[in-house]
Design a protein around this ligand. Structure first.
Ligand code: NAD
Length: 730
């Protein structure tokens, strides 16, 4: 055995210790599954073995399943992929059920106790295996994460986790773990009933328990006579309410576009009505159903496989390690303060510079506030706060930048101010220091003109709020060199965010795509499309915020500023006069968005959104004829997607994986689709071109299919088929 090590001790306890060679985290593979099965068989058959402990030789138990297993199951079944998945899942059920029954007879006698001992993190299948054991011991390790996060990548726990957790906790209590993928530390996991004990030495405690366990300790509630599901089954008066509510909640949250959430709910509902083993079969069938949905494959590819590949440096130039030790952050405003916080949290020394000492201190206070909130919520300690704050030097003195190996500039969005701070910083720092700008609109190549070392000048574009948003866009100017790119990527890895690397062009990638989305929404207002239709169409297609809510959040005056700058740059070619009409009028009316408690939406005194603003119709009357929902949805989707295709055509994007991952993490592009390129592959280039032709006829050239899309429609290609090299594709 190479993945599970089998050993017996003098007390008659067999230990199966998981230790995938050459990896820091255990991930379940086909081989590991077979070894676990064989180990359990051996222990159950050996008369000298009294009980079994399943544990890990690593600091964590397991990070889940190698999701490629699922693809292998599907692909290896030839003409019947659904059967391949179903059979594969049923095999897992049989193995885990064997652990659960542990050799017991029909009267629940004669089994051997099996305990799980978790040294650290146990997620996904890493918790589903323990859930099949008779008792779960976890180390008192606050950093450990315990839970079932499958829903986050478009599937649901399909190795019995769904059925077992619902029967253990009841549907209501299991909901946050199954439907939201909530992860908990061991203490919270214990109080929620996910695991049984939190101890200093889980293996020792598990062994002790195994030696003392009685026959009754081995019987799961659902295998005992008279079992009743906590909270009630669907036809029980109490359970009925839970299930009615859950359906509404899931539809409300997912708008019906995430197949996994619906399938999970069906598996839970139907499973609750039948005996345990039948419920497992139902779970397997719904799981197979989800796996056969293209949305799941696309979500797994973007949110798991490709996201991880980008984080590991898929597009990093081959230069030595460029880890950042001391970063200078220029400008301690909203963005600078956030950047200082995430860098200090990652253990990097920060010099936070602003024009005046008080301004720099204000920026540093953001970290103190953030850590205080963390302390209140039990996520940080006062010591940790001091440690993080201790890494930030707030100052107005540029000389303090001495020794920095990277500078990130987040001063006002003004080329003159940016040029001045670039020169001031470069006069202090050493020759090898990389200079990054966090500009959101100014071309990197132009800003680099102020630098003595344009090959060391780069864009690192964060999204607001920095501490929450996981995407970082790295922008190469015309002269940016490999070392600067590697440095930016290493920094992003240090602060545990996801990078994409793009070339320099107006609005880079994310803003380039999101602005047309907002503009399309505003354009519809001008045309008399009723605002609730615009907003709901967006949500029903999986966008987290409708375009009007989004512009309220980012602020109308920012929209005005961007429109003015774009118009100045484009001159007569500027296409958005109809949008500006609405936007500028809103600004003149003082309806600047959420910060002004007045925008396309109305807000109460506390700034809470209370509904769409009813005054809009006086200026932009609602037309008698309203478009059909799909037309509105297609306008909103294609406004973004065509821009992504153009970014690829123009060479701004060089990797479609970045286009997809960046879209979901950067602006929340319908995650169920796997991103704009995955969505186009899903509907097919030919159909996409047909839809574009229709939209272009009705609404103008902005919907004209780009040449690349037309070419792919003719040749029948897909984006992932053509642009993702086989070795890199999921
Ligand atoms: P902000 O106005 O909150 O902060 C700018 C800070 O820079 C202020 O504290 C100001 O005092 C300081 N500053 C100005 N001149 C300086 C100088 N010579 N030396 C040192 N400090 C100086 O602005 P912000 O929203 O944090 O944006 C900063 C940059 O980040 C801009 O380039 C902006 O386009 C970009 N950006 C903003 C967002 C966003 O959502 N706000 C998102 C991405 C990028």
């Amino acid at each position: 055995m190479t993945e599970f090590h089998y050993a017996t001790d003098s007390d008659g306890i067999a230990t199966l210790s998981w230790d995938v060679p050459g990896k820091s985290m255990n991930v379940l593979s086909f081989d590991a599954l077979a070894e676990l099965d064989a180990g359990i068989d051996a222990a159950l058959a050996d008369d000298r073995v009294k009980g079994i402990v399943i544990t890990s030789a690593k600091k964590d138990f397991a990070g889940g399943m190698d999701l490629n297993i699922l693809a292998t199951m599907r692909d290896s079944a030839g003409g019947d992929p659904a059967k391949g998945i179903f059979d594969g899942i049923m095999r897992m059920h049989r193995i885990l059920r064997k652990i659960e029954r542990a050799g017991m007879d029909d009267r629940n006698k004669g089994g051997k106790p099996i305990a799980a001992a978790l040294p650290g993190t146990a997620v996904g299948i890493g918790l589903e295996i323990p859930l099949a054991c008779h008792r779960i011991f976890a180390a008192d390790n606050p950093k450990a994460r315990i839970g079932l996060p499958e829903i986050m990548v478009g599937i649901f726990p399909g190795a019995g986790g769904t059925t077992r957790l619902v029967r253990k906790l009841g549907a209501m209590a299991a909901a946050p773990f199954l439907l939201e993928g909530r992860l908990s530390d061991p203490k919270k996991a214990k109080s929620a009933g996910l695991i049984d004990e939190v101890v200093a030495d889980p293996v020792a405690a598990a062994k002790e328990w195994v030696l003392g366990a009685s026959d009754d300790d081995l019987v799961k509630p659902w295998d005992a006579k008279g079992y009743k599901m906590p909270g009630g089954t669907p036809y029980h008066p109490a359970g009925f309410m839970t299930f009615v509510g859950a359906s509404a909640m899931v539809m409300g949250r997912t708008q019906g576009v995430y197949p996994a959430a619906r399938a999970l709910l069906s598996a839970v509902y139907e499973g609750a009505l039948v005996p345990f083993d039948t419920a497992l079969r139902i779970e397997a069938r719904w799981f197979t159903h989800v796996m056969m949905n293209p949305s799941s494959a696309a979500m797994i590819r973007s949110l798991f496989v490709n996201k991880e590949a980008l984080e590991k440096g898929a597009n990093r130039p081959d230069v030595p390690d460029q880890m950042v030790e001391k970063v200078g952050v220029l400008g301690a405003g909203m963005m600078g303060a956030g950047i200082a916080l995430v860098a200090a949290q990652a253990g990097i020394d920060v010099v936070l510079v602003d024009q005046a000492q008080e301004a720099a201190e204000r920026g540093k206070a953001h970290t103190a506030d953030y850590m205080d909130k963390g302390i209140k919520r039990g996520k940080a300690t006062p010591e940790k706060k001091e440690q993080v704050l201790g890494r930030i030097t707030a100052t107005a003195d540029y000389n303090a930048l001495k020794g920095c190996d990277m500078i990130i500039e987040a001063v006002f969005e003004d080329p003159g101010v940016k040029a001045e701070v670039t020169q001031k910083a470069e006069a202090i720092v050493g020759d090898h220091c990389i200079f990054a700008t966090n500009t959101s609109t100014l071309p990197i190549t132009d800003l680099a003109r102020a630098s003595q070392r344009p090959e060391q000048f780069i864009g690192i574009h964060f999204f607001s709020p920095v501490e929450k948003m996981n995407l970082v866009e790295i922008i190469k100017g015309r002269e940016t060199g490999d070392v600067a790119v590697a440095k930016a990527l290493d920094f992003v890895r240090q602060i545990r965010k996801t990078p994409i690397v793009v070339n320099d062009a107006r609005f880079f990638y994310a803003n380039r795509c999101i602005i047309p989305y907002i503009n399309e929404g505003i354009r519809m207002v001008a045309e008399g499309v009723t605002p609730p239709l615009i907003e709901n169409a967006a949500k029903l297609v999986g966008m987290p915020l409708g375009p009007l809510q989004l512009v309220d959040e980012t602020s109308i005056d920012l929209g005005v500023k961007i429109a003015r700058a774009t118009k100045a740059a484009m001159g007569d070619a500027y296409p958005d006069a109809a949008v500006d009409e609405v936007l500028f009028w809103m600004a003149d009316e003082g309806r600047l968005g959420r910060k002004a408690k007045a925008g396309f939406y109305a807000y109460d005194d506390k700034g809470k959104r209370i509904g769409l603003w009813d005054g809009l119709a006086a200026r932009y009357p609602v037309a008698a004829d309203q478009p059909e929902l799909p037309e509105v949805q297609h306008r909103l989707l294609f406004a973004q997607v065509l821009e992504a295709v153009r970014a690829l055509e123009d060479g701004v994007l060089t990797d479609i994986r970045e286009g997809d991952v960046g879209a979901i993490l950067g602006w929340g592009f319908a995650p169920w689709s796997g991103g704009p390129f995955s969505w186009l592959d899903m509907i097919g280039a030919a159909h996409a071109v047909d839809l574009c032709d229709g939209l272009a006829t009705l609404h103008g050239d902005r919907f004209a299919a780009p040449a690349l899309l037309r070419e792919m429609a003719e040749s029948g290609e897909t984006f992932y088929g053509r642009f993702a090299p086989a070795a890199r594709a999921a």
